[in-house]
Structure formats: structure tokens, C-alpha cells
Design a protein around this ligand. Sequence first.
Ligand code: 4NP
Length: 170
Amino acid sequence: MSTPISILTVCLGNICRSPTAEATLREAAAEAGLAVDVDSAGTGSWHVGNPPDARMRAAGEQVGLAIDGQAQRVEPAALAAADLVLAMDRSNLTDLRRLAGSAGITTPLVLFRDFDPEATGTAEVPDPYYGGPDGFAEVVRICRRTSERLVAALAEGGVDGALRARRADA
Ligand code: 4NP
């Protein structure tokens, strides 16, 4: 098997969106037979050590997706070690650019939904934390379809190919 592509998904708390994207990327990669190493992290530290939010896990379970892990804060070393870093929203991306810039890290940092085939323009994975159950279900749907498209692009052309395969209007 070839060297796995190392991907880091990042949100604010690392208990809702980024663990979901981590799970759907693994799922899509397994279906495609693509070797990936996926991890997730948060820009904030409030939930470090906690499992994913129970509402997020429940939304995953409803559609057969296990969302697991233990929240961790994103560290420069994790950015440097990844081949591709995926931010869930623009605020996450701004924080990541600052962190990477101050450490001289050149790993590509992009918005996850740049690969969402159903999105237009600059699209974010909406933060479901303060909303109702529909928001969590929507995060799962977004992450699933985006992961399928991204994994197909990675399988076709690796990280460089995937970066070129972002939506033209993203
Ligand atoms: P996440 O969601 O960034 O998708 O994990 C949130 C989790 C926790 C908080 C905000 C968003 N919080 O304010 O504690």
C-alpha cells in the first residue's frame, strides 16, 4: 500500500464538525480504497479530552456513521505533519493561517466546503452547537457529500490534484 495521505480537519471545539468530517473522510476513503490518515483538532481548548458532542454522535448514529475521538487543540506540529488541512469555517481558516504563518508552516490550508459539490461561493460548515437537531443532521449530510468528492479528487490526483479540483467559484 502506498504512503497514506495525511489529513487534518479543524473546527472550533473539535466536538461537532471536525470529528464528523474526520469520520466521513475515513468512510469515503475506505469505500474508495484510498489510504488516508485522518485526524481532527479544534482551535479552542474548552473541550480538550472530551468525546464528540452527544447530539453530534446521535445524528451520525441515525445514518450509520460512528463519530468518535477525543478533542484536542490544534498544534503547529500537527499542521506541519499533515499533507492537507481542512478548516470547517472561515474563522477557523483565519486562525490556522495565523498559527501556520508564525511557525513558517507551508501545509495547504483550505476550506473543507471548497469541495462540496452542492455549495456555491465561500461556504462554511455551519456551527450546530447552539441550534437544534436539524443542524447536526445537516452537518452529517454536508460532510458526507463533501468527503466523497474530496476523496475522489485525492484518488485521481493526490493533494495537488485535489487542490486544483476545488470548486471554481470557491
Ligand atoms: P465545533 O462546535 O467547533 O463544531 O466542535 C462547537 C463546539 C463547542 C463550542 C462551539 C462550537 N463552544 O462554544 O463551546
